[in-house]
Write a protein that binds this ligand. Structure first.
Ligand SMILES: Cc1cc2nc3c(=O)[nH]c(=O)nc-3n(C[C@H](O)[C@H](O)[C@H](O)COP(=O)(O)OP(=O)(O)OC[C@H]3O[C@@H](n4cnc5c(N)ncnc54)[C@H](O)[C@@H]3O)c2cc1C
Length: 127
């Protein structure tokens, strides 16, 4: 039966427009959008690299860092990345609060996402 466009209320037209817009976008497991996943990732890496570079390496800080990484992995606000994060931590021998360890951990994720790898000795990108 054909739709009578003259009797279709404006709110239904708007709702249909919203649904078609959502369906036409790339599906993503992030809370809002795929660009948020990228932004969240870059900000998180900045924080993690900054911690290992600038925080004093004491036994107490190292213990807190290991705990922090485990908690962050459980609370990471992107489902796909969280699962990835937890699995990678699980498969790693040990978490270390060093620049080299973080560089290698970042490379692990880079590799899985087909991104360029860093040389973790001199911070040059190995294409
Ligand atoms: C733990 C974790 C898990 C993630 N899992 C996923 C996932 O499953 N799927 C997904 O789509 N995204 C995931 N992300 C996001 C993803 O890693 C990127 O942050 C995002 O795709 C943006 O990438 P980018 O190219 O801007 O660079 P990023 O990878 O965000 O890196 C930021 C900057 O760090 C520098 N950098 C890169 N590699 C290294 C390194 N090894 N050592 C030092 N510096 C380096 C570069 O200058 C780069 O521009 C995850 C992020 C985190 C923190």
């Amino acid at each position: 039966m054909p739709i009578d466009w003259n009797i279709l209320p404006m709110k239904w037209l708007l709702l249909m427009l919203m649904i078609s817009t959502v369906l036409s976008q790339d599906q993503c497991s992030c809370p809002t959008s795929c660009s948020d996943k990228e932004k969240l990732g870059r900000s998180t890496w900045f924080l993690l690299h900054s911690i290992v570079k600038n925080v004093e390496q004491t036994l107490e800080n190292e213990e807190m860092f290991v705990e922090f990484m485990n908690i962050l992995s459980q609370l990471y606000p992107c489902k796909e990345c969280r699962e990835h994060f937890i699995l990678n931590l699980k498969n790693i021998d040990q978490v270390e609060m060093t620049e080299k360890w973080m560089c290698m951990f970042h490379n692990k994720i880079n590799q899985q996402l087909h991104k360029p790898l860093y040389s973790c000795t001199n911070d040059r990108i190995l294409e």
